[in-house]
Design a protein around this ligand. Sequence first.
Ligand code: FES
Length: 129
Amino acid sequence: MSDVNSEIMDKMTKVCICKGIPRSTMKRAIENGADTVEKVRKATGAGSGSCAGRRCIPKIEELLADYAEESMDSFEYMVEQIDGDYAHLRRCDEPEAGLKLVARAILPPEIMEGTKLKYEMFEYSILKG
Ligand code: FES
């Protein structure tokens, strides 16, 4: 699935059904540093609905586990295209894989098309040289 489609799916898929909070909101909270269920709950308001988190907490735990796994790796990306508030990144080691759409808010502000980035521990930094 392309990243644009997965972004749309993230917006449409409600993780916390009681509160109507989509997966995209959960992911944003995790990317912004919420690394425990409690922090994600606090940042998003998930888990405070009528089921008291019975349905959404296992899904939040799953998302946190996915991110923890991903954070073990580091990837290099090239900024392929800048498009308003988003940048399209291409994995340097897997150029044939689809482009990753990333909000510029979580990227270094000085990026340009052609900038090389390193992604590690949920953070993008500019690769020099
Ligand atoms: S699904 Fe989140 S509180 Fe019920």
